[in-house]
Ligand binder design. Structure first.
Ligand code: SF4
Length: 304
């Protein structure tokens, strides 16, 4: 038996793994204790990653469907034959319908960014702009807002925060080995936790304060919280002076907002989001991390 140190590519955390194999077969997968990302922890997907290698239905070579759709009739092809067949189909499509008739949709598996760039280049060369991704539903709208505001996407420093504000983010289910572990360690040190989520998630169950807005009303809730912080002078004046622009315009806009209207729109009582605003502002340093929950609505960039 031998244990090999490697990383999991099941998601973007790239956790360290100790993979033990016996006579060429994987017999155990564990989190690598000394790895800085996961500190020995592992999620169910990481444990199940053995199946990526051993699962009987794993695709190991090109298959060409030769029967009607759904018939399950496939023929094994060599890579050369598969590439020839693809080239033939692409050429036929271009001749019959024009190059823009070729449409490419990609997922976003970790570790294949370079490959993805080559495929996009291929589409450019072929003459089709029709490259689509799921990015509008996952991260990119938030990244646009962060880059426009800070010039980059910041990473939340859960390890030094006195208050953690999670918005549309459920790491206890989705990020067990890193974010959830660090946030729960922070909780054990006395860090406050505020969670905004329409659902009572496992993360919400751990919070000091859970706000449950109606889906799609996050921007209204954010403006209500902003208004409380500004009206009660709970913000860091030096930071605002040295590092921000447009604060007076924000103050003027907030003056037009009615907290009762925020409560009516969001379904969150004024008293509850006021408590969140005070808890967040009075426990510096505080971090706010938003998640994919926000991406599911049209105004996500403005909300962030
Ligand atoms: S969180 Fe799970 S799936 Fe993601 S890299 Fe770590 S072990 Fe793999």
């Amino acid at each position: 038996m031998e244990t090999i140190k490697t990383i999991c590519q099941g998601c973007y955390f790239y956790c360290g793994l100790d993979v033990t194999r016996d006579k060429g077969r994987i017999v155990r997968i564990e989190g690598m204790k000394e790895h800085p990302v996961n500190h020995g922890t592992i999620c169910p997907k990481g444990i199940a990653s053995q199946q990526l290698v051993t699962d009987k239905s794993r695709l190991q070579y090109p298959l060409h469907r030769i029967g009607p759709r759904g018939s399950g009739e496939w023929k094994k092809l060599s890579w050369d034959d598969a590439l020839d067949l693809l080239a033939e189909k692409f050429a036929e499509t271009k001749e019959q319908y024009g190059s823009e008739a070729l449409f490419y949709h990609r997922g976003h598996a970790p570790g294949w960014v370079t490959t993805m760039n080559y495929v996009t280049r291929f589409m450019n060369t072929f003459g089709s702009p029709n490259v689509l991704t799921h990015a509008h539903l996952c991260f990119t709208p938030r990244a646009i807002a962060h880059v426009a505001t800070y010039g980059a996407v910041p990473e939340a420093d859960f390890d030094h925060a006195k208050c953690i504000f999670l918005w549309g983010f459920n790491p206890v289910n989705t990020s067990l080995t890193n974010y959830a572990r660090r946030i729960m360690d922070a909780r054990a040190r006395g860090t406050k936790l505020i969670v905004v989520d329409p659902r009572f998630t496992k993360t919400a169950a751990k919070a000091d304060l859970w706000l449950q807005p109606l889906p799609g009303t996050d921007l209204a809730l954010a403006m209500g919280i902003n208004k409380v912080i500004v009206d009660e002078h709970l913000y860091d004046e030096k930071f605002v002076r040295d590092w921000t622009i447009g604060f007076e315009q924000l103050r003027e806009h907030l003056a037009t907002i009615d907290l009762d209207e925020v409560a009516r729109l969001t379904g969150v009582p004024v008293e509850r989001f006021t408590r969140a605003a005070r808890m967040f502002a009075e426990n510096a340093p505080a971090v706010l991390k938003e998640g994919n929950g926000l991406d599911q609505q049209a105004n996500v960039s403005q909300t962030v």
